[in-house]
Design a binder for this molecule. Sequence first.
Ligand SMILES: Cc1ncc(COP(=O)(O)O)c(C=O)c1O
Length: 292
Amino acid sequence: MPSHMGLEATTFGQGTRDEHFAFDPAYTPLNHGSYGAFPTAIRNHQRALQDRIEARSDPYIRFTIPELLQRSRIGAATLLGAFIDDVVFVPNATTAVNTVLRNLRFIEGDTILYFCTAYGACEKAIHFEAKMEDNVDTKDDIDGMSSVTQGPGRFGDLFKWAATIDQTPYLCVPEAIKFRTDVCGGEDKIRYYCFNLARDGGHSLAKILGTETMQNSEDTLGQCCFTNVRLPLLFNTERRGGLECAEGPDVVKWTMDRALCEFNTWIPGKYYAGAVWVRLSAQIYLGIKDFE
Ligand SMILES: Cc1ncc(COP(=O)(O)O)c(C=O)c1O
């Protein structure tokens, strides 16, 4: 049996990191939520694909890539429980949000609702869209965002020919799903480990800092691979002394810089609701010690 087969969930953490990922040993990757990471097996698969394309570019680009791309769409659609026609590949999350936003038809009086903690690039796209469309309002104080898709077939057609770019990341989807199933033990095992690590790691860090993790009244905010932990900083909300609220963004920047320079990690932060919160991502290559 190859060494990467049959990995048990119990070995998630440092063992998984050492065997399957290519992180710098001195770096603690706590920000999976921003850019993700891929196992070395998938990296090797991608590089082999690139070599094959380079060796016979015309037949690959005309015949093989469209076929492999379709396999990837089927794989992603099955994993997500989506219609194949609704699944297309774009280079990053910002392009995806822009693509959906710019293809929606707004009518007078519509309001675009979004999280007040929205990723900056997406918030800008929302405001740009509202500016382009007359009489469309934006509102940022709710906990959700609606989305609409076009009818079957047409959406996928728009992405059939994305000109000449390196599409190998998209073509790796079936291999990546196979890795998640065969090596990691499936989606449930991955989710179980990551959810628990996010919860326990967040609590552990909050205990060290003497603070708390972010939670809602239904106690459901923690059911994901993230945890948000409050930093022990007092801000001058309601004139109780402490740091000025306007300094919040500078404090966030300073904290993130220090995390990188002194602790060799990157932890995105946000000044929100009168406090600085840091977001830590739990993944199969991390353990509780990484959070502490
Ligand atoms: C929450 C979140 N989403 C997405 C991204 C990355 O966006 P993109 O894939 O468009 O580069 C980041 C990057 O920092 C992020 O923090």
